[in-house]
Ligand binder design. Sequence first.
Ligand code: OOG
Ligand code: NI
Length: 464
Amino acid sequence: MTASALVCPDDIRAGFSAAMSAMYRDEVPAYGTLLDLVAEVNSERLAERPEERAALVAAGELDRISEERHGAIRLGTAAELAVMRRLFAVMGMVPVGYYDLSAAGVPVHSTAFRPVDAAALQRNPFRVFTSLLRLDLIADAGLRQEAAEVLARRQIFTPGALRLIAKAEEAGGLTGEEAQQFIAEALETFRWHARANVSHDLYRRLHDAHRLIADVVSFRGPHINHLTPRTLDIDEVQRRMPARGIVPKAVIEGPPPRNCPILLRQTSFKALQEPVAFETGEGWQEGTHTARFGEIEQRGIALTPKGRGLYDTLLNKARATVRPAADGSNAAEYEAALTDAFQEFPDDWEGVRAQGLGYFQWSLTDAGRAAGPVEGDAEGLLARGLLRADPITYEDFLPVSAAGIFQSNLGDEAAQDFVEDPNQQRFEADLGAPVLNEFEHYAAIEAESRAACLAALGHAPVAG
Ligand code: OOG
Ligand code: NI
């Protein structure tokens, strides 16, 4: 078979993301309502802001503006995580970043499977935030054992999916027909199961240990627990949710609204209580489970370690003054504290760049392309109008925000103290591969773009 018969992984990812979106809208009607609301606000903003619209057209992003950017799943075992890595690899998604949520009272650690190069992100940016349950953080040894046994018995991948993953690894990809089959088989893993694979009694005991443990252990597979489209105005979507009959979480996670957006702002509607049937040995007993929700996101510039350090400091400062309550009673105070704390973070691109807080993509201006060989460093050439520096979008996640999203969808009573215990080495051993360090990745994009500009302007290639 020739390589040209193989489908590009980006196309498989795009097909998978569309199939997942259709399945989730069908399973969770409130998510369809959220998508409609996002599309409405996005089109209003585009009508009001022709410059923003033109920038999206230039970036080739206008058509896909309201499409999903990410989803999330929670896995039970190391073996599941290792196969999940291979499944996502078929779609050009690799593990980026390590997130320890134990510090925030959630017994998981996580990575995000995502496309990394610019062309792949532009074709389809879909990512999956993937968490692995840490049974080692459950205090009760008996319960830990029972949970491990239930997890050891389940197979979350279909035989067809496993066969096609192996086929893709062997042949270096999938043909068009195989890709269609792969999408259909892979989708099965993320489907909701209205029948639990445990008794109501075990469910309740798992739930009492932590609601998240019950969510992972009690079902046949890692149902997708939310999907997240991009909005051009997160504050407005948050405001309009109640009128659409969906209940927003108390506060928007991440930085306050700014002229120059940084990192990631996210919010969600609260998880729904859904009917579930539990095994009794003789039949099925009705009960409920709360896990699935819908989220929205708005992204800004990727920050350097220095910028991220400042972000974390200011966020902690605001949260030390006002800790957002899940019922929304102090939401206004929290927003005020956040805005106040972030006065210290420069809110113009010049300032962000000059202080080394964010990552930028360098390119030649028209004048730069027309110029002959010139002397000077990047900053000097920028000042002379021969180069430009555009913010690089942050494509990853934030642990404090993720914990806030988890927490608001697990209920306040789920907040628990675990000893902070990051274990990236263990996570990578379970995954079967190292995760890509997101800071190094953004730094390399910036350095390469700057070196290419200088080379084009007749400078000797910069060493390193
Ligand atoms: C994942 C929560 C984290 C995000 O956007 O930060 C997340 C989960 O609830 O499983 O998706
Ligand atoms: Ni999310």
